[in-house]
Design a protein around this ligand. Structure first.
Ligand code: ACO
Length: 345
């Protein structure tokens, strides 16, 4: 995993908008998040995570057969981050695939990579999830200085009013990247990914989306979109909360059942980190003890496609992933896309 150095606490957020450490912790569980500095893209974060993953796997970039990059905040509208990452790793012919399924992007990437490995199409795949949400919010340099603790503020009344209008979303996102190296193995020892269940219900597309900046607008970008705040995400927070707390437990149960497993045989549930209250509700619905869940949203907020590798890496570092453990990944994101995947560690 790789997260940028810039730690932004809730107290710092409260200097840019009408919010408080108490509100953010109580409603989301988030204490701080990381924000990348201006000029650092989701691809830059992904490059660092990819280098670390390759080093951990003891592989050179040239030994990778396919790159898959999941992000909802690409460095450019096009081309996608996959090719940029390949170039940064010195690869000129290795194919690269881009996934844009928001918070379910990494999970979907795992399923796609697993299918490629099972079919024998590729033997080694580098899967990266990376996000820079900070750049979605067009604060000026003066506001960023307050955010990063380099100036005390106050910010201008106009900036404060703008921040307050975005506060339900601005406080929940954070930047970061994570990467997995996935390799086919010929001996069936019961280890590896056992399978995935993925779902999409596009009728909920407008529960969480960015209204402006796309071919649904004519022109694609216009000054009016910025003036009307149509370039930042909008969310029907309570609806997404409700969908997440019902769809995730259901898909976890279904995935376990399909593979002849149960909540009893499950060692660890690693959930997308959108809101600690969502995860507490899922844990309660499934009746899982604290030993069977691991969360790190407190430190990073919602890092969208980077979340699952971040939470997996930190669970591993904390000694919560042991050989033979049955691990379930689950996520729900804008689209709406959701699903679950099972890993025998
Ligand atoms: N600070 C202080 N007050 C706030 C803040 C804030 N940061 N945000 C909202 N409020 C206020 C609102 O203005 C409102 O005030 P009012 O009652 O006076 O009108 C009140 O708090 C309640 O607002 P809600 O928006 O209903 O707050 P809620 O408790 O639902 O929390 C949140 C909002 C955190 C977004 C929550 O709904 C949530 O986590 N939803 C799920 C998001 C999610 O799952 N995303 C996953 C996918 S993300 C992806 O795919 C990219």
């Amino acid at each position: 995993m790789f997260v940028p150095e810039g730690v932004v606490t809730n107290e710092r957020m409260s200097r840019l908008m009408d919010t408080s450490d108490e509100w953010i912790r109580q409603r989301t569980g988030i204490a701080e998040r990381r924000y990348a500095r201006a000029g650092t893209s989701s691809c830059d974060l992904g490059i660092e995570a990819a280098r670390r993953a390759l080093e951990d796997a003891g592989l050179e970039a040239g030994e990778i057969d396919l790159i898959v990059f999941a992000t909802m905040t690409p460095a450019h509208y096009f081309p996608g981050n996959g090719g940029l990452l390949a170039a940064a790793l010195g690869l000129h012919e290795t194919p690269a695939l881009d996934i844009r399924m928001q918070c379910a992007g990494f999970l979907s990437g795992l399923q796609v990579c697993d299918a490629f490995l099972r079919s024998g199409t590729y033997r080694r795949v580098l899967l990266v999830g990376g996000e820079c949400h900070a750049s979605l919010y067009p604060w000026s340099e003066a506001e960023w200085a307050v955010m990063f603790g380099e100036a005390e503020g106050p910010v201008s009344p106009a900036a404060y009013a703008w921040g307050t209008a975005q506060r339900d979303r601005a406080v929940i996102f954070g930047d970061g990247a994570g990467a997995f190296v996935l390799e086919a193995h010929d001996v069936d020892d019961g280890r590896g990914f056992l399978g995935f269940e993925m779902r999409t219900d596009g009728t909920h597309w407008d529960k969480l989306y960015v209204p402006g900046g796309g071919s649904a607008s004519f022109p694609y970008f216009s000054p009016e979109q910025f003036e009307d705040n149509r370039t930042v995400p909008v969310v029907e927070g309570r609806q997404v909360f409700r969908l997440a707390t019902t769809a995730m437990p259901a898909i976890v149960r279904e995935t376990l059942e399909k593979h002849g497993e149960s909540l009893e045989s499950l060692s660890l549930l690693l959930m997308h980190q959108a809101n600690l209250r969502i995860n507490e509700s899922v844990q309660k619905t499934l009746g899982l003890s604290d030993e069977k869940v691991f969360n790190n949203i407190q430190k990073y907020g919602n890092t969208t496609a980077a979340t699952l590798p971040l939470v997996f890496h930190e669970a591993k570092q904390a000694g919560r992933v042991k050989a033979g453990d049955l691990i379930c990944f689950t996520a729900l994101g804008a689209g709406l896309h959701w699903g679950a995947g099972l890993l025998r560690a």
